[in-house]
Design a protein around this ligand. Sequence first.
Ligand code: ADP
Ligand code: MG
Length: 318
Amino acid sequence: MANGEFGLIDHIRATFARPAEGMVGIGDDCAIVPAGECDLLISTDMVIEGVHFLRSDAEPEAVGHKAAAVNISDIAAMGGKPVATFLSIALPKDAQGEWVERFLEGYRAISEQYGVALLGGDTTSSLRDVAINVAVVGRCGRGEALLRSGAQVGDTIYVTGPLGDSGAGLKAILEGTERTSEVEALIDRHYRPTPRVAEGVAIRTSGKAHAMMDISDGIASDLGHILRASGVGAEVDLDSLPISAEMRSVAAAKGWNASHLAASAGEDYELLVVGTSELPQLVDIPLYSIGRITAGSGIVWLEGGKKTEFNKSGYKHF
Ligand code: ADP
Ligand code: MG
């Protein structure tokens, strides 16, 4: 079996029978199940104490927000509309009172904001850590979901918003950086990501996007998924990555390399989009061009107009 998180996923995919014609299974942001006129989009993501959040640092409401947000984001990543979630929670004794009530408040607030119903789940005890699993269901028109596999040579690569804020926020938490208002803004982006649902729908309905996913592990890793699925390569200009004013300022003060952090840090939950050069004129949302799709494989990074060996591979669980 190949090593690592993605090696294990490949092993699982190879071990099980291929899904029936019309279904899309392992390998995209959501699975696709055709249902009459529409396609059902289904995905699931876990949030584990000690891996995804520290109970000593994260507000319970923020954990609830993020658990729902990262799942809704996978529906956005296909250009779909989220419909419902299922929430499973394993709770140690000391999280069964106020902690879980506040968690549910964060989960409820974002669910309401995105018009997503909670339709079920599962509840158990846990010996020590909080473990959460969310499953999400969304939909879009039959055959209309944007997969990772449609990128074409000559396409432009876009993102929907600034990169690296969440990673910089996490770095600030881990390094105990002084909490200025700019640092607080980055930490807030880490704990309260915004799923780009309206953006995803606008991009899909433009008809000019060929591939899309959400940025959970950083573009260095996530763009690699689109390239492998599509059988193409890419050139990415590190200088063109959109960086927020807060991130630029905090990075300058702390001596962090803002564009390298933007390329390698995860959990921004912006959309990574590949499409034609007309795409930005057809959608009423910001789209930042960061590079282009080429023949070949892998990412060629450019910095100051020259090739660079920058080779951060993004977040992997193991
Ligand atoms: P994302 O970051 O979009 O949530 P992941 O990197 O977690 O995606 O997963 C990549 C793909 O592998 C997805 O299609 C997901 O459904 C699938 N996958 C991950 N873990 C498993 C597993 N244990 N069994 C089956 N499929 C899995
Ligand atoms: Mg995803």
